[in-house]
Design a protein around this ligand. Structure first.
Ligand code: SF4
Ligand code: SF4
Length: 99
């Protein structure tokens, strides 16, 4: 499902037309990463890039170069064959309006 369609379905499921602000963090487990680049290739928002850092296992892992573009869709997590990248939700600050 295209990203916009998925967000529209989600907004409807939340009971309103307004998009929920989504916040997350991207985590790379460098010891598992084989540098295949799938996560970079399939990210729909071009968030990830190859790091210049060489991990101890000899591969260049990805990093979130444009995190402000991330929609927390988890495509990177789903396509990684080595379970080396995952997306963690960031809880909204207490006292937010969401009930
Ligand atoms: S969660 Fe989605 S938008 Fe964010 S880095 Fe992963 S694939 Fe890209
Ligand atoms: S898909 Fe997984 S193994 Fe491949 S570069 Fe990304 S994090 Fe590394």
């Amino acid at each position: 499902m295209p990203e916009e369609a998925a967000q529209a379905v989600e907004a409807k499921a939340l009971g309103g037309g307004a998009r929920r602000a989504r916040k997350c963090t991207i985590h790379i487990i460098e010891s598992r990463c084989k540098g295949c680049g799938f996560c970079i290739e399939f990210c729909p928002r071009d968030v990830l890039e190859v790091s210049e850092t060489l991990a101890p296992n000899g591969y260049h892992p990805p990093y979130a170069a444009r995190m402000d573009q991330c929609t927390c869709c988890r495509t990177c997590q789903l396509v990684c064959p080595d379970f080396a990248i995952y997306v963690a939700d960031v809880e909204p600050a207490s006292g937010s309006a969401e009930s």
